[in-house]
Design a binder for this molecule. Structure first.
Ligand SMILES: Nc1ncnc2c1ncn2[C@@H]1O[C@H](COP(=O)(O)OP(=O)(O)O)[C@@H](O)[C@H]1O
Ligand SMILES: [Mg+2]
Ligand SMILES: [Zn+2]
Length: 295
């Protein structure tokens, strides 16, 4: 069954409906037009989706570093982890033991800094090794709740970390989130990854969402001994994908053992290694992206 079929099967066309039906994208409009109090949709200037064709290419890493780059520039930022089957953001930020407070009508996200709040399915699951069976409509309901029931405050940016590929999560957030500015496609340089990245980009374009640009992650490698760059997996695949798609190339981030360490230790890379070659590369990518979005 495709996501579209599921949407049809469950879509709510009852015009008196005031519930936030998981699969009814127009529920809020309906209740608003009838003068009933709608459940408040997140207030955000720009929603940015982080997507890839393949897993393990660095989406969550890019999402975390983008969120911190934005927060460091004084923006109010939300980071939403929509990888239901592998919610890694809490671990990458060292907050996997924390649990959001459930207030009477809202969920309080985890504040990692004064202006950066995080929400992840990982917080709501009993433990990180529990696999969860999620059917499409359940995911849609959870995603809607993340947008309506979380006490985000007024955000400049919501960075959304997605699972790989073109599934329900990307489709749902693209359909129901307000002010979706576009998607960042993360790929590694290898041709197989690039092929899937192009597929993911085309899927995004089909949803009428702009592709903001392509990031090539694991682009070359920084030697842990001499800190020089080694051309390990070749380079240039991301740039070529961007050219083929006619979208901006946002830059490359080398493979750096410090990055693995940062992820495993729950300390955002960008905060610790600003002046290393990789830190500068990460910063340049984020700068390009922010410039694009703000201009
Ligand atoms: N540039 C990089 N250099 C070294 N390790 C990286 C880099 N980018 C990501 N990683 C590591 O690779 C693994 C997968 O990255 P992750 O961001 O979880 O990918 P995805 O979200 O696409 O599945 C993580 O352990 C992460 O720390
Ligand atoms: Mg991930
Ligand atoms: Zn070396």
């Amino acid at each position: 069954m495709t996501s579209n079929d599921q949407t049809k099967e469950r879509a709510c066309d009852d015009t008196t409906c005031t519930e936030d039906c998981a699969t009814c994208p127009s529920a809020h409009k309906q209740s608003a037009s009838k003068g009933l109090p709608p459940k408040a949709m997140i207030v955000v200037r720009h929603v940015i989706l982080v997507l890839s064709g393949k897993g393990g290419v660095g989406k969550s890493t890019v999402s975390v570093n983008l969120a911190f780059a934005l927060a460091n520039r004084g923006m109010n930022v939300g980071l939403l982890d929509l990888d239901f089957h592998g919610p890694n953001i809490p671990k990458m930020l060292g907050i996997e033991k924390q649990r959001p407070a459930l207030l009477s009508h809202a969920i309080e996200p985890i504040h990692v800094t004064e202006n950066l709040a995080v929400m992840s399915m990982g917080f709501l699951l009993p433990d990180t090794s529990t696999p969860v069976v999620w059917r499409g409509p359940m995911k849609m309901g959870a995603i809607r709740q993340f947008l309506t029931d979380v006490n985000w405050g007024s955000l400049d940016y919501l960075v959304v970390d997605l699972p790989p590929g073109t599934g329900d999560e990307a489709l749902t957030i693209a359909q129901i989130a307000p002010n979706v500015k576009g998607a960042v496609i993360v790929t590694t340089p290898q041709e197989v990854a690039v092929m899937d990245a192009i597929k993911a980009a085309k899927f995004i374009e089909q949803l009428d969402i702009p592709v903001l640009g392509v990031v090539e992650n694991m682009s070359g490698m920084i030697c842990p001994h001499c800190h020089e760059e080694i051309d390990l997996f070749s380079k240039g695949g991301g740039k070529k994908a961007a050219e083929d798609l006619g979208v901006p190339y946002l830059g490359g981030i080398p493979l750096d053992p410090e990055m693995v360490k940062a992820g495993d230790e729950g300390k955002p890379f960008i905060l610790q290694h600003k002046d290393s070659p990789t830190g500068k590369a990460v910063d340049a990518v984020m700068e390009n992206l922010i410039h694009l979005v703000e201009s």
